[in-house]
Design a protein around this ligand. Sequence first.
Ligand code: 13P
Length: 235
Amino acid sequence: MLIAGNWKMFKGPRETGEFCRALREADLPEDVDVVVCPPYVSLAEAVQALAGTEIGVFAQNCHWEREGPYTGEISPALLLEIGVYGTIVGHSERRQLFGETDETVALRARAALEAGLHVIACVGETEAEREAGRTDEVLRRQVSVLEEDESLVVAYEPVWAIGTGKTATAEMAQQAHELVKSLLDVPVLYGGSVKPENAAELLGQPAVDGALVGGASLDVESFAAICRASSLVRS
Ligand code: 13P
């Protein structure tokens, strides 16, 4: 089980330090892998504040080149230099708001894995795609550009469930995860309005290997509660 908190554009270094020190003291289950994904400017602070723990620090994106004239981008080498363990790629907010495509997601995933980072690659259909019965087709297309790797995890995040309070039903999640797993033999996380109250049901599905949590990961208590819920369903 892996529970990752995607902080998006929240928490500068000061708040990150406070959060991570509180997370160190929180009651976290030992059988769950826990990851936080702060904004770039807070990564070094998170690495430092979590040193000596099993909690991993991931970036929210990374470029495919090692270095070069790519204003505003960050490479795997730069992340590794400050002790970052992995990165998210292909989040739907990157795809929808910043022009990310299946091809650029594939480049980012491959380069990060080759450099030695762990990768959480996000996939998921929009509401219009689900309503048009195109969920499977979209997931197949998004997953087809990824290559199996022992350091790769896919996150299924239906776009209509992100930050909306709507979650996929446990059955929808199970179905989508089964499809992804039939294409790629990797762990699959569910993301989209995961909260302490709904975590056990979603994480109880056999094909759900963890969660990528947005809003509810910004508070230590609710994030720790989701981690505990994920431990209980598998014990
Ligand atoms: P919410 O949990 O806020 O819906 O966000 C999900 C998400 O996008 C995680 O990457």
